[in-house]
Design a protein around this ligand. Sequence first.
Ligand SMILES: [Zn+2]
Length: 284
Amino acid sequence: MRINPIWLVLLIPSAAMQAPAQPRKSVFVITDAEGVAGICRQEQTDPKDPELRQLLTGEINAAVDGFLAGGADEVIVWDGHDGSQTLSAATIHPRARLVIGDIGPRMTLERGYAAVAFLGQHSMAGVRAGIMAHSYSSLGIQNMLLNGKPVGEIETRTALAGSFGIPVIFLSGDRAAAKELHDIVPEAVTAEVKEGLARYSCITLSAAAARELIREKAAEAARKIGSIRPYRINGPVTLQIEYTTRNSLPISAGTQPGSELVDDRTIRIHGKDLVEAWTRYQGR
Ligand SMILES: [Zn+2]
């Protein structure tokens, strides 16, 4: 009896069926305003400023294009600037998903993204010629120290992502911010869209040139998913926050477990690891 060749075709499983399921490559993008091309003065960072919205959204959408072109399956964008009120579902890249609102100390990282990226990022407080350099709060926080080392959003969030086994692969922002990430993750890909001359002076790319650069670098970064290692801070952590003179601590400060009041405007928070210390700090 002859076997009809059509049955042979149906009996041989396809390569796709034999291959083990590949995890989805999701990129989680943390957005901010101070590192966007064309943004150099404080009043330009008002979350409802129409030009900021246009410039920031344009850079985000260019990054989403780049990540997808470089092999990412999905891109999740958090509106991370000042109260999460800058981005809109009406103008965000059609293939991106938007996260709006406070996302807590773990920043949804427990969802297990393949990579984290910073977009529009600024450098930490006190950096020479860092454009609008600050650590979380420009008016409220003078300095932040992690195990004695000055840190800002870049190192704390990169280390937090590392605690969940997730690498930071990309940053766009000013030259000082790019340097700050490279100091801890040399393999990360950066797009420098402007250079600081002072806190509120800069030389910036045009919006069009910044988008082109970001698209290209984001694609390069996505292609490096799997080869960039997570940045981890192992062991117990002490986080010291020095507030500004206009922002002294409440009378109850230092009474919570793991926290210690150093002086009227400085607090230390201890944890068995970074996640515990950070959760204690953010959860106060
Ligand atoms: Zn910021």
